[in-house]
Ligand binder design. Structure first.
Ligand code: ATP
Length: 892
């Protein structure tokens, strides 16, 4: 590959076989076949074999393999084989669940592809970045990630963060012009590189390398790091597993000692020890948790919440404050200029959406806006100082760029103005939320010199203006005039209109312009009132947040009055609203106090956002914060869940976020919270369910031991229950629909463990009950036939668990309230479990492996009746508790 940075534009074009109107679609397709996709080498995903082998890496499996070996050594080959088969089955089960979870996440990653703008067939197109080929003419804007290595042919105030490539943390200036061949990578200012981010300005240029051929691809390895993240819940589960492992060893050791004191045989005691170890550990739990989380991520995607980091899906359910942008999240971000104020006139603008058809109405009659010098100047200024453009595609008129700027382009187009009629800018000072303004400088029309065109928040411009254009000439802005203009601005804002002002300043000669020098002494031209209707579903979502104990804080860069007007339409109180200036003047403690009660923050910059998250998190809140700009990245990182906008978000924001809001819609965040809560509830449910089953097994085995009985359940039977039958029902419990009042409860305390004291009590009580029942089932027949007695205990436990799983469908509501059939997966799992048990009891090869003997119909009937009180007890308890709760609420 030639040293592109040393070539002239013509040479680059020739080398790459491209030109000013980009490649043709056909050529691009051909090149895509030739050069391959613009992607870095796929992250090496674990192979199926690796995932499968990993299933054997657990203490339990090792215990079992030893048990199998001992059984084999003492001439019990069938036992040994049975244990090994179960171990294998466990591995297959774990493997399938983990693989499926991996697939679900891989599918989501595919949805996260970067988009990029290129010129093809002479037209601007937005395509998936992997489709970019060498020779493409690419366009980059502030906030975007550079999609490939690009030789610049145009750049306006372009600055790039090259830290991922060179380690340089300060933004680097970029501009076209060839450089000496020996220029090192970090100084190639005429090139921008894949993997870096545009932090200022915009530019365009020819793609010289894609995929692994880019500088970023060449330092391979960088991109291959897969972050292996565990969620807090997964960590809790790991800890639980470890604790249970230790408990298992303890209980097994005690049991063996008791047995030996009872002078039982060593071999028998060995089996008892293994049975107990197997009984204590909920073998199926890790796989069920993994799969439930993965399915949850998929469900969240359906609700337009794309989870980038797995822990976010869990944290989302615990959110206690949502700090949300206004524009696009609470409002539709479909902007239309409806009014323009200039010092001489105030006109209404008709028309809808982005269709460039409409009239300018003055005092009830249409006028020619270009015949009015003040209006013409205003429209020209906002059009020059603008990155958006208007296009007509198959789906009608659309804009490229931000809706605020798009609305201004449309208004100018309604007046018959188009960009081509205006001079080309030579310099730009970009917009950001701190400056709240942007400026472009272009050659003046008349009499040479230059003119700075400024647009931004009108009160910011007014402060920097000393003159105002009236009757064709600039008049001084007296205090009275300023007050008049401010009143007019407030009048617009208090109607919920977004207000954008314009100003200009003639500059005599070219100089080394700086924003401070240029954006001062301005001539104020006027402002436009833009409607951005609130999203209809946002009001409902906000009221849902209120009932769910979640505070909503609107954080916007917009005018305080506009913000309050929109807030009131959405049902958010603007009492105690704060502005950026307030935030700056308050101390940390004062601000923290005010944040407890406020719902609206306006004229806020990215730095303020960071301070707000910081203070909120001191209150132990779980904060979800939305953001879209480059500057929002630190606040997004700091929040418990950083949420980037899928549509209007920059790549920079997206990369710092935990979650991408696909449709930018506030209501989707709330839907995600609901899904998160459901998921967490279900994990709590099946964890308790599985553990109560383990307690049941232990009570039965230890009870039998104390009564001097033979081993009640052999290891394979316990494994079968823990892995197969309980596994199915637990998984189905994970699919339980959300409780009806899931959004009427306060958020859970993120510090509270998934198993609190109450949970342990329930697990122990229900477990003990199940264990005693199992013991009872065994006691009835063991003197006649040991195998049948074990089969009774084994089948009994499976049946009791079926009753028990119904208990765990809800901690509070009895079955008649949640509906017996409302979780069809569970019904299927129960039927499947019972059918499997029948197979195990009656099919001869299974009888050999699991040591079972056939049962009579009466046996089944007896077990069914024996277990019924488990369910009835649970139901009666819930009804009493609900009544008591209602009575105490009525009394209170
Ligand atoms: P939100 O923070 O809710 O998304 P916002 O878009 O108003 O709202 P910012 O993007 O921080 O927030 O913009 C702050 C202010 O800067 C706006 O209210 C507007 O007056 C001005 N502004 C916004 N976009 C531009 C632009 N492209 N050029 C000049 N000024 C702008």
């Amino acid at each position: 590959m030639p040293d592109y940075h040393a070539l002239s534009v013509d040479d680059v074009q020739q080398n790459l076989g491209t030109g000013r109107s980009g490649l043709s679609t056909a050529e691009a397709e051909e090149r895509l076949r030739r050069y391959g996709k613009n992607i870095l080498r796929e992250e090496a995903r674990e192979t199926r074999l690796q995932v499968f082998l990993r299933q054997f890496k657990s203490i339990l499996i090792i215990i079992l393999i030893v048990a199998a070996a001992v059984s084999f050594a003492v001439d019990e080959p069938l036992d040994a084989a049975a244990i090994l088969i179960i171990v294998f089955l466990n591995a297959i089960l774990g493997f399938t669940q983990e693989w499926q979870a991996g697939e679900a996440i891989a599918a989501l990653k595919k949805l996260l592809v970067q988009r990029a703008v290129v010129i093809r067939d002479g037209e601007r197109r937005e395509i998936d970045a992997p489709g970019i080929v060498p020779g493409d003419l690419a366009v980059v804007e502030m906030g975007e990630r550079v999609p490939a290595d690009i030789y610049l042919i145009e750049a306006t105030s372009l600055q790039v963060d090259e830290a991922p490539l060179t380690g340089e943390s300060a933004p680097v200036d970029k501009a076209p012009g060839s450089l000496p061949p020996e220029t090192p990578l970090a100084e190639r200012s005429n090139m921008i590189f894949a993997g870096t981010t545009v932090v200022n300005g915009h530019g365009r240029g020819y793609v010289v390398a894609t995929g692994m051929q880019t500088e970023f691809g060449l330092i391979a390895g960088l991109s291959q790091q897969v972050e292996d993240e565990t969620t807090p819940l997964a960590r809790q589960m790991d800890r639980l597993g470890r604790d249970l492992g230790l408990i298992a060893l303890g209980i097994a050791a005690i049991a063996v000692v008791i047995g030996l004191l009872q002078q039982r045989e060593l071999l028998e005691m060995f089996l008892v020890g293994v049975s107990l170890a197997v009984a204590v550990i909920p073998e199926g739990l890790p796989a069920v948790v993994t799969l439930t989380l993965a399915l949850g991520v998929k469900n969240m995607m359906q609700r337009n919440c794309l989870i980038r980091h797995l822990p976010a899906s869990e944290t989302l359910g615990a959110v206690s404050v949502i700090c949300t942008d206004k524009t696009g999240t609470l409002t539709r971000n479909e902007m239309t200029v409806v009014r323009v104020w200039t010092p001489e006139a105030e006109v209404e603008v008709t028309g809808a959406g982005y269709i460039p058809e409409g009239e300018f109405i003055l005092d009830g009659a249409p006028i020619d806006p270009l015949a009015d010098p003040g209006l013409r100047r205003f429209l020209q200024t906002v059009l020059i100082c603008n990155h958006a453009s208007l296009g007509h595609g198959e789906e009608g008129w659309r804009i490229f760029g931000t809706p605020t700027e798009g609305a201004l382009v449309v208004a100018a187009a309604k007046a018959g103005l188009s960009r081509e009629d205006l001079p080309e800018p030579v310099k730009e000072f970009s917009f950001n939320s701190t400056r709240k303004r942007m400026t472009v400088i272009c050659p003046g029309r008349e009499g040479g010199g230059y003119i700075a065109c400024v647009k931004g928040a009108p009160e910011v411009l007014l402060e920097r203006s000393t003159l105002m254009l009236r009757d064709g000439s600039a008049v001084p802005l007296t205090d009275d005039l300023r007050r008049e203009v401010l009143l007019a601005i407030e009048g617009y804002a208090s109607q919920g209109l977004r207000v954008l002002g314009a100003a200009c300043r003639p500059l005599s000669t070219a100089a080394d312009w700086t924003p401070e020098a240029v954006e001062d002494d301005l001539v104020f031209l006027g402002f436009a009132g833009i409607v951005d209707p609130p999203r209809p579903e946002a009001a409902e979502a906000i009221s849902l947040c209120r009932s769910a104990g979640i505070d909503v804080i609107m954080i916007t860069g917009d005018n305080p009055l506009t913000a309050s007007a929109i807030a009131s339409v959405l049902g958010l109180s603007s009492e105690g609203a704060l502005t950026g200036a307030d935030i700056e003047s308050l101390s940390d403690d004062e601000l923290a106090e005010r944040l407890r009660t406020t719902n609206v923050l306006s004229r806020v910059t990215a730095e303020h956002k960071l301070r707000v998250v910081d203070l909120l998190s001191r209150d132990r809140k779980v904060i979800a914060m939305t953001g879209d700009g480059v500057n929002d990245a630190p606040a997004l990182k700091k929040a418990s869940i950083g949420i980037a906008m899928g549509i209007k978000g920059t790549d920079a924001a997206r990369e710092s976020s935990d979650m991408v809001l696909v449709d930018d819609n506030f209501a989707s965040i709330v839907a995600g919270v609901e899904e998160g809560r459901r998921e967490y509830d279900n994990i709590a449910r099946f964890t308790r369910y599985l553990l109560s089953s383990n307690v049941g097994e232990i009570v039965a085995i230890v009870g039998g031991l104390l009564l001097g009985l033979p081993l009640i359940l052999i290891p394979v039977q316990i494994l079968w229950i823990n892995l197969v039958t309980d596994g199915f029902t637990a998984l189905a419990l994970g699919l339980e629909p959300a409780e009806r009042d899931v959004m009427q409860r306060r958020p859970r305390d993120p510090e509270e463990p998934i198993l609190n004291r109450n949970a342990y009590l329930v697990i122990l009580l229900l477990g003990a009950w199940l264990g005693l029942l199992t013991l009872h089932a065994f006691l009835g027949v063991y003197e006649v036939d040991l195998d049948r007695a074990r089969t009774m205990a084994f089948t009994g436990l499976v049946i009791f668990e079926v009753y028990n799983v119904l208990n765990f469908r809800s901690f509070r509501f009895p079955l008649y309230r949640i509906g017996f059939f409302s979780n069809p997966a569970l019904i299927l799992a129960i039927l499947g479990t019972l059918a499997l048990q029948a197979v195990v009891v009656y099919v001869p090869p299974m009888q050999i492996f699991l040591g079972t003997a056939p049962l009579t119909l009466a046996d089944w009937g007896l077990l069914a009746i024996l277990g019924l009180p488990v369910l009835i007890g649970g139901e009666v308890y819930k009804v009493i508790r609900l009544r008591a709760g209602r009575a105490s609420r009525a009394a209170g």
